[in-house]
Write a protein that binds this ligand. Structure first.
Ligand SMILES: C[S@@+](CC[C@H](N)C(=O)[O-])C[C@H]1O[C@@H](n2cnc3c(N)ncnc32)[C@H](O)[C@@H]1O
Length: 190
């Protein structure tokens, strides 16, 4: 991994407990992950890119053949232990260069991951999603003038996901829905 990516991963590992023990738990409690996951066909092959400690993938336990990918070995270890009995595979890798054959998955998902990437990296990641998967499902902070978007900016996140990133990567946005919590949008592209 390049030195810059290593530093970013270390910083993420330091601030992540806040996301995991406060934000992700709230997403779970309020049914936000499940709202997106209800689009997933039972038994489908699913990839989550930037799976962290596996809070979203928990919602697919026993329902789909899922793979979680992340750049942090530390988070992957926690996810593996947490979802030990779910038959989910965890893979170390980076979003911009997915280590899978073309057409491996029916769905690829990102949830509050895209703000870690530059504009160029987002487009490259969605190109990779298009290569490995039929459908892209996303739950991302998508509203600019909003408290969580401003907070992300303060803690040094990159730009937010927009429809333009998705279209530039050659996918068509089929759904873009305001969730009205945490400034999130849920959506689907093909
Ligand atoms: C805010 S967390 C969200 C985790 C999970 N999706 C959830 O909802 O709890 C963002 C995750 O994206 C991962 N990540 C950041 N940049 C990445 C990259 N280039 N490739 C893969 N994962 C990345 C981080 O390590 C972290 O686990």
């Amino acid at each position: 991994m390049p030195a810059k990516a290593k530093i970013i991963t270390k910083v993420l590992e330091m601030i992540y407990p806040l996301h995991d023990s406060v934000v992700a738990i709230e997403f779970q409690k309020r049914g936000l992950y499940l709202d997106l996951l209800k689009k997933v066909r039972k038994g489908a092959n699913v990839l989550e890119i930037g799976c962290g400690t596996g809070r979203l993938l928990e919602g697919l336990c026993g329902k789909a053949r899922a793979v979680g990918l992340d750049i942090s070995l530390k988070f992957l270890k926690i996810a593996k232990e947490r979802l030990d009995k779910c038959g989910i595979d965890f893979v170390y890798g980076t979003a911009t260069n997915l280590p899978f054959r073309s057409g491996t998955f029916e769905y690829a998902i990102t949830y509050t991951m895209m703000h870690h990437l530059t504009d160029k990296e987002k487009v490259q990641t969605i190109k990779e999603i298009k290569r490995v998967s039929k459908t892209y499902l996303f739950g991302e902070v998508g509203k600019r003038l909003c408290w969580s978007a401003i907070l992300l900016k303060i803690i040094g996140s990159k730009s937010l996901l927009t429809k333009r990133h998705i279209e530039e990567a050659g996918m068509r946005v089929l759904e873009w829905k305001d969730v009205d919590q945490f400034c999130l949008v849920h959506g689907m592209a093909r």
